[in-house]
Design a protein around this ligand. Structure first.
Ligand code: PLP
Length: 402
């Protein structure tokens, strides 16, 4: 019998295997303090601080007024899937067709669908750490076992095929990649990503490449494994996951996509047909406007993220004892706070984050959520003023602990 919270109505084993997203839990706690009038420097939620560009909002309003408010095909309209594949082809040199594409309610649903259709009870998934908070729980929800492959901060959190090869077993089904990474901001070398895909093709495994931050690559390159996979054997073993959330400041709209072999995409479509059906119709029209409209909103957003990142890294490095690698992309910094993890201060990043929230009114996410016992994650899309305020508070807090 499953563990339960009520003797009369037990919950399933699978729901008891997972926890609520830690990022959201911190944001909620910060929200509660704010409601009590506390001024919080909030670096918890991973989302752009920009507004959605006007032409995208206009497209949604026009869609409502044109009564584009009915069900659409489960995997999104052909118009949307064509816009997704054309944008991806233009930006990354890929060659997917609409029937190899599914649109879902955020990249998160794409990932959820993908793991549900690819991972059975007892199957193993290679999960490089530090990892995005939801990967671990989504894999465990389907009964899969995450096999964590640690990456090294001193090597820029890089992941190579050799590191993964050691962790493969006959039960391995999926290798999960996420570049640029949430939470470290690390950008994988394209050769390493390609070598991992070749390894997967040789061993008949699937690479799920979460590229939700592909446009937030500050190293100056635009890379998708979907564009690099030219051989049929590579394409057959790759599912690319993308999202409009971060690229176009559209987190609340909930639109993401998956591109890959038809047998995987069709299975995801089947699952989605029995759960949420199509992503919201008017959001699909907004998505078409985002993907086919002017792309000149991206440059200024990226330039601002780089400015904020540089200041955050500089300010954190100025705090005695804190180490901070320079992230190559996404919009997070992942400082190492282990110098402060000791008896009498805080034993874990979670305890330290709790003290930072209560005593310095700085909200950030403890590393445990991402598989690290040494770091905290700071999400920096916010005003420069807020960054300065947060840095000052952290400096004061940590200096008092030294
Ligand atoms: N993948 C990663 C690594 C993320 O950080 C996120 C969101 O934070 C997602 C996927 C899902 O994003 P969304 O569902 O908003 O598309």
């Amino acid at each position: 019998m499953a563990a339960s919270t009520s003797t009369s109505h037990p919950l399933t084993n699978r729901i008891n295997r997972i926890q609520e997203s830690a990022t959201m839990a911190v944001a909620a706690e910060a929200g509660r303090l704010r409601a009590q009038g506390v001024d919080i420097a909030d670096f918890s939620a991973g989302e752009p601080h920009f507004d959605t560009p006007q032409h995208i909002k206009d497209a949604a309003i026009a869609a409502i007024n044109a009564n584009f408010t009915r069900y659409t095909p489960v995997s999104g309209t052909v118009e949307l899937r064509q816009a997704i594949t054309a944008r991806h082809a233009a930006d990354f040199g890929s060659d997917y067709r609409p029937e190899e594409t599914i649109a879902s309610t955020g990249g998160k649903q794409v990932l959820f669908n993908a793991f549900q259709v690819l991972v059975d009870h007892g199957d193993e998934v290679i999960l490089p750490a530090p990892y995005w908070v939801s990967f671990n729980d989504i894999i465990r929800y389907c009964g899969g076992t995450p096999v964590v492959v640690e990456t090294d901060e001193s090597q820029g959190f890089s992941l190579t095929a050799a590191m993964v090869e050691h962790a493969l077993t006959p039960r391995t089904r999926v290798i999960l990649l996420n570049s640029p990474s949430n939470p470290s901001g690390a950008v994988m070398k394209s050769e390493d990503m390609h070598a991992l895909l070749q390894l997967a093709a040789r061993r008949n495994l699937i690479v799920i490449s979460d590229e939700c931050y592909a446009y937030l690559d500050f190293t100056g390159k635009r890379f998708s494994l979907g564009g690099a996979a030219k051989e049929q054997a590579e394409r057959d073993h790759l599912l690319v996951v993308g999202s409009l959330s971060k690229t176009y400041a559209m987190t609340g709209w909930r639109l993401g996509f998956g591109m890959g072999p038809k047998w995987i995409v069709s299975a995801m479509n089947k699952l989605q047909s029995q759960s949420t059906s199509n992503p919201t119709s008017v959001v699909q029209k907004a998505g078409v406007a985002a993907l086919t409209g002017p792309q000149d909103c991206l440059g200024p957003m990226v330039a601002e993220y780089i400015r904020l990142r540089d200041r955050a890294v500089e300010g954190l490095r100025a705090i005695p004892g804190i180490q901070c690698t320079q992230p190559g992309g996404a919009f997070y910094v992942f400082p190492n706070v282990s110098a402060y993890l000791r008896e009498g201060v805080a034993k874990t990043p979670a305890e330290l984050a709790g003290r930072l929230l209560r005593e310095a009114n700085v909200a950030l996410v403890p590393g445990e959520a991402f598989g690290s016992q040494k770091h905290v994650r700071i999400s920096y899309p916010t005003s420069m003023e807020n960054i300065e305020k947060g840095l000052e508070r952290m400096k004061k807090f940590f200096t008092a602990l030294k």
